[in-house]
Each structure stands twice: as C-alpha cells, then as structure tokens.
Write a protein that binds this ligand. Structure first.
Ligand code: FES
Ligand code: FES
Length: 128
C-alpha cells in the first residue's frame, strides 16, 4: 500500500527513538500491542515532577510504517504538554495529521493507547 508523504517523512526520520534509563522516577512507560497485526509500541514520557509537564519522550515501535510514524508524531506532540493534555490526544488527530487510510487507523489507535498507558504509569508511580 502507498504511504502518505508525512508517514514516509516520519518513517525515514523518526523522532525520539530509544528509551530512558531504567529506574528513572520521572519516567512513565506505556507498552501496548495491536492484536490485529501483532505490532508492539513502547512509549515513554519524562515528566518534570514539580510542574507536571512532559519534557521529553521516547519510543520504540516494532511495526509498520504507520505505527512508527504515529509514535514518532506523538512523541513530538506530548513535549510541553501536561499529563492530562497528553492523555487526551485522540487517534483521529494522529490519523488526520498523517493522512492514514482506514486500514491503518488501528496504528494511530496504538499510539493513543501507548501515550495513555505512559501517563497512567507515571501517575501510578507518583500517587503514593
Ligand atoms: Fe503491522 Fe504491517 S501489519 S507491521
Ligand atoms: Fe498494525 Fe500498523 S499495521 S500497527
């Protein structure tokens, strides 16, 4: 299938690939899989504990070009956002920005789920 230019651009120059150091208390990690195709996405946020603002993000995605582009885009979008703002990113926004075709919508859902999971993980670590 043909990928949109924006997908190709992120796929060829993915932003924020990698992961943060293990045991970093300011990091939240979301790991999600897509049952439909078996792709897996790991997305991490690094949060400023005093402001609650996301300062940095990383991802590792084992999946298709659209999944890689979706996660790359989301790591850019969450920087400078609060946890709640980041958790309210909708897959439809990702799909629209990347011009994803219907069969690739689940790739953007994966990215939405991953950021939500990362925010939830951070909150869980910091509620006690
Ligand atoms: Fe997910 Fe292509 S089906 S990698
Ligand atoms: Fe499954 Fe893209 S084809 S995540």
């Amino acid at each position: 299938m043909a990928y949109s230019q924006k997908v190709v651009e992120h796929y060829e120059n993915p932003r924020n690939v990698g992961s943060f150091e293990k045991g970093d208390e300011s990091v939240g990690t979301g790991m999600v899989g897509a049952p439909a195709c078996g792709d897996v996405m790991k997305l991490q946020i690094k949060v400023n504990p005093s402001t609650g603002v996301i300062e940095d993000a990383r991802f590792k995605t084992y999946g298709c070009g659209s999944a890689i582009a979706s996660s790359s885009l989301v790591t850019e979008w969450v920087k400078g956002k609060t946890l709640d703002e980041a958790a309210s990113i909708k897959n439809a926004q990702i799909a629209e920005e990347l011009a994803l075709p219907p069969v690739k919508i689940h790739c953007s859902i994966l990215a939405e789920d991953a950021i939500k999971a990362a925010v939830a993980d951070y909150k869980k670590k910091h509620t006690n």
